[in-house]
Write a protein that binds this ligand. Structure first.
Ligand code: SAM
Length: 233
């Protein structure tokens, strides 16, 4: 794989824009997906590279960022992790809403560079780290934020396991998702609903109805946990 200068690549192939639902946040975003995807393959000297997810503000991320900005008490003064952060939109929203420490994880090296540039453009601190979130356990956090990560079956199944663990440890887990194919709706409670402007090129529609969801620990786990507490007492 060829090394590319991530910062120059991002600046050359994107424009500073505000996602429609979060006009107060600016991000380096692409206007079309295919040219930047082809350009990524060319620069890396590879074919079949994953899409440059970081170059778009996905419907789930937009909804979740809006929710966090409008409900700052959810994150203010807290440690927050944004999983699969992409452009960093959700992480930046959490930082703007007053989070004490914001960690943004993504598996894509270009995303990490984009999050750094985007956080700086918005004048906030976000700690971005290149990381496969399934490789080791996540650091402790008060709030786990997940924007649009249920688009592939295996990824969705594994994310669900992570959310389950975090939630059982007392972490507040919030997800933005437009009910993608593998979104396990029964495990969540809807807390907000948005009509998110998106592009026909990415979503084949202009408005994507997208909810913010809170992960619910299943009743079976709760009775197990309380049984454990009684036994321990
Ligand atoms: C559809 S994008 C969503 C980006 C952002 N959260 C948003 O809503 O705009 C999914 C992101 O998850 C990242 N991702 C996928 N698998 C991952 C993994 N195992 N560990 C960390 N990040 C991952 C991708 O690189 C991509 O940036």
């Amino acid at each position: 794989m060829k090394e590319i200068d991530a910062v120059s690549f991002i600046r050359a192939n994107t424009e500073a824009q505000s996602p429609p639902l979060t006009p107060e946040i600016s991000l380096y975003l692409a206007t079309e997906s295919l040219p930047i995807w082809r350009q990524t393959e060319e620069e890396l000297g590879e074919i079949n590279v994953p899409p440059p997810y970081w170059a778009f503000a996905w419907a789930g991320g937009q909804a979740l960022a809006r929710y966090v900005l409008d409900n700052p008490e959810l994150v203010a003064g807290k440690t927050v992790i944004d999983l699969g952060s992409g452009s960093g939109l959700v992480a930046i929203a959490a930082a703007r809403a007053g989070a004490r420490r914001v960690l943004a994880f993504d598996i894509d090296r270009l995303a990490i560079a984009a999050i750094g540039l985007n956080a700086a453009m918005n004048g906030v601190d976000v700690i971005a780290a290149e990381r496969d979130v399934f490789e080791s356990s996540l650091p402790d956090s008060d709030v786990l934020l997940v924007g649009d990560l249920f688009y592939e079956r295996e990824l969705a199944d594994r994310i669900l396991e992570l959310l389950e663990i975090a939630s059982q440890q007392g972490t507040d887990v919030l997800v933005g998702d437009p009910r993608r194919s593998y979104f396990p709706v029964k495990r969540f409670t809807q807390v907000a609903l948005y009509e998110v402007p998106v592009t026909r090129e990415l979503e084949d529609m202009e408005i994507k109805r997208t909810a913010v969801w809170r992960f619910s620990v299943p009743p079976a786990s709760l009775s197990f946990l309380s049984a454990g507490t009684v036994e321990a007492a």
